[in-house]
Design a protein around this ligand. Structure first.
Ligand code: ZN
Length: 126
């Protein structure tokens, strides 16, 4: 189908895995006090996002992996650049604060796209 949205583009834009049109999150990422508000159902096709209780708890592990990966890569970089411990600590804490909304959201998106059976793209919901 030529006009169907791409999977990667829909994941980056945080769209529903089934219709790739409805939003997963209620507010944009930059609204720092509301970035975590997730729709219960897709506003476009009605897909229930959290199809079982605690489904999004698994996203915590994915988010943890994102954070750990970032800090390991940054830590190797900072040590090779001979940064002081204080500078490394301040930078890592700042990065953790800045990237938390992104890690939170994309961990949920990965859960919805990758670890949810029966949530494949279906063009009849476009
Ligand atoms: Zn949908």
């Amino acid at each position: 189908m030529p006009n169907s949205p791409s999977k990667i583009g829909s994941m980056i834009a945080c769209k529903c895995p089934r219709c790739r049109t409805g939003n997963i999150f209620k507010y944009p990422t930059y609204q720092i006090f509301q970035f975590s508000k997730t729709y219960e159902n897709c506003p476009h096709c009605g897909l229930k996002y959290e199809h079982e209780t605690g489904f999004f708890w698994g996203a915590m592990y994915i988010s943890y992996g994102f954070s750990s990966g970032l800090m390991i890569v940054f830590g190797i970089f900072a040590i090779n650049m001979n940064w002081t411990f204080t500078n490394i600590l301040i930078t890592i804490v700042s990065m953790a604060v800045v990237f938390t909304p992104f890690f939170f959201r994309y961990a949920r998106v990965i859960m919805l796209y990758g670890l949810s059976p029966n949530r494949r793209f279906d063009s009849k919901y476009l």
